[in-house]
Design a protein. Structure first.
Length: 573
């Protein structure tokens, strides 16, 4: 349960705009009630635009009710965990809300994950039903996993069943279709919609504590952990976003460009949950493509575009950007990874729209800090705490005495949006929480006198690649499978496009034959997800170690820092 501490120095209050109330008034609700509120206000407004096919809020609500009933007919109800292995498409919206209406729990799966990671998540989360698409990139993997995991039923949709007029180019966007073996354990998505929508309601006794979503994340061990996100966490995060964006968003009038994948917590909350509650029209795209994004913004007068830094970098670098009218944009937000100041400044000049940055994580249901709309830029800052939350900077040695302004320590946060803990991991939950209920985020930062937070480093050995968490141990373990490898250390190095990218340092066994980077990449292709792929490698006779013989990465990070500094100096000479 969320407990408000009374000793935190609330420096940020002096920086709060007059029209935003930090004292958040929020009552936990069931997540589908957010859709109900939008339908009550704007039933005939378009909710989703997918390849030009539109679905109104009333139609979306009806589809959700029918899917809930269909799920119940195959055994989904309270206590049943349903996985979503889907790209950005209407199926995701219908399935997510349908699972919750049916009384089940959603487990998000990333198509970027390696098969062994998917297998772990299925078993760990106790997923029994999986919703996916009839594409070669999706369906065959789930069939394979059904043969060796607890999965008992697949629900398979067709990418174009909600956009019959899609062009061949659009139909082929995510690759060819697969041959589906329909049967007792494999149902058509459309078949689950073929009913009157009279699902059995399962009221929640306490939405604040009722599990809604298992969202997997990781830590220093690299083993994915399921963050418990309750109905209360999700509706609180939505309420925080509404309060922060109240002056910028007009309910029922916004057009949101949704290109981020909804299995990512940032997209789930900012695009889907908040977008639906604001009764916005969501333009869904399964893949980020700069010319398509530019055309969508200019032709359909998009008002809101949430993205990650690599997307905005891509827009700035594309030659067609200058040819398009981007003046309809009034709100662009970057999340998922640190935003370079130069990109932020260039984007405003190019688009005419300020690119704001916030900070959050899976465990905070994406909400953490925000940058006030009319605040003067503070380079390097990710903003001030969102309404209802408190942030403390605590000593890195585990102490719980709040540090003075400007002093670096671990960023710790408390509020109604903070996870209740990790699924089946009381040890990890206890380790992550202070005695007063603050979450230890693993980020090193400081807070200035005005309450602005600056993230400067990470305590966890995690790499942020294009907004995705990448864990070096996962990559290291895969490299260790290559014949002849004796030792390996993977670190994150600066990357102009991805933010960070993994680089491997390898020591070979005596007498082992050396190999090139392309050979290693080919070996790892089936063992790692796309977001985990290496950017570089070095084979060395020895790797740095601590005095007790453990591999040490500190020296590797320092070498890379010096190398990049030398390169930058040579470039400006």
């Amino acid at each position: 349960m969320w407990r408000r501490a009374v000793t935190t120095q609330r420096r940020w209050l002096k920086s709060y705009p007059d029209d935003i109330n930090w004292e958040l008034e929020h009552t936990a609700e069931a997540v589908p009630s957010l859709l109900d509120a939008a339908v009550a206000e704007f039933p005939d407004n378009p909710a989703i635009d997918f390849f030009g096919a539109k679905m109104s809020y009333r139609e979306l609500s009806q589809q959700v009710a029918r899917f809930a009933r269909g799920l119940q007919q195959i055994g989904v109800g309270p206590g049943v965990h349903v996985g979503l292995y889907l790209p950005n498409c209407p199926h995701y919206f219908i399935a997510f809300l349908g699972v919750l209406r049916a009384g089940g729990v959603v487990v998000n799966y990333s198509p970027l994950d390696a098969e062994r990671t998917l297998e772990h998540k299925i078993e760990d989360s106790q997923t029994d039903v999986m919703v996916t698409l009839d594409l070669e990139a999706f369906y065959p993997r789930m069939v394979s996993l059904m043969s060796r995991t607890r999965l008992r039923h697949l629900v398979v949709g067709e990418l174009t069943e909600f956009c019959a007029q899609a062009s061949d180019e659009q139909r082929n966007l995510l690759g060819p279709q697969a041959q589906v073996a329909w049967g007792a354990d494999c149902s058509r998505f459309a078949a689950l919609l073929n009913n009157d929508g009279n699902y059995q309601n399962h009221p929640l006794d306490n939405p604040a504590d009722a599990l809604a979503v298992l969202q997997y994340t990781g830590g220093t061990t690299g083993v994915p952990k399921g963050a418990i996100l309750t109905h209360g966490n999700i509706t609180a995060s939505c309420a925080q976003l509404r309060e922060v964006l109240n002056s910028a968003i007009v309910p029922g009038q916004e057009r949101v460009l949704a290109v981020l994948p909804p299995f990512h917590i940032y997209a789930l909350m900012v695009n889907m949950i908040f977008g639906l509650r604001a009764a916005a029209e969501l333009y869904l795209h399964p893949r980020f493509d700069v010319p398509t994004v530019l055309r969508e913004i200019s032709q359909n007068r998009i008002t809101t575009f949430p993205g990650v830094p690599t997307m905005f970098i891509g827009l700035l670098a594309h030659p067609q950007t200058a040819e398009h009218d981007l003046t309809s944009l009034k709100m662009c937000n970057s999340g998922g990874a640190p935003l370079p100041v130069e990109v932020q400044q260039q984007y405003r000049v190019r688009s005419g729209c300020a690119l704001r940055e916030g900070w959050g994580m899976t465990e905070t249901t994406t909400s953490g800090t925000f940058t006030p709309r009319d605040a003067a830029p503070r380079p390097g800052s990710c903003g001030i705490p969102v309404p209802g939350t408190q942030i403390r900077i605590l000593p890195l040695d585990g102490g719980e005495t709040e540090l003075p302004a400007g002093e670096r320590g671990e960023v710790c946060i408390q509020g109604p949006n903070i996870t209740a803990g990790y699924w089946k991991r009381p040890d990890a939950t206890a380790e992550a929480m202070t005695s007063e209920g603050f979450l230890r985020t693993g980020d090193i930062g400081y807070m200035d006198e005005d309450g602005y937070v600056y993230i400067v480093d990470r305590t966890k050995d995690m790499i942020l690649c294009s907004g995705y968490n990448v864990y070096p141990r996962v990559i290291e373990e895969a490299i260790y499978e290559y014949p002849g490898v004796e030792e390996v250390s993977v670190i994150g190095v600066d990357d102009a496009y991805r933010g960070q990218a993994p680089k491997a340092f390898i020591k070979l066994k005596d007498g082992a034959e050396a190999f090139d980077f392309e050979t290693l990449q080919a070996f790892l292709a089936s063992r790692l997800g796309k977001h985990e792929r290496l950017s570089a490698m070095e084979i060395r006779p020895e790797l740095p170690k601590t005095p007790v013989g453990k591999l040490s990465k500190k020296e590797l990070y320092e070498e890379e820092r010096q190398r990049q500094a030398s390169a930058a100096s040579a470039a400006t000479a």
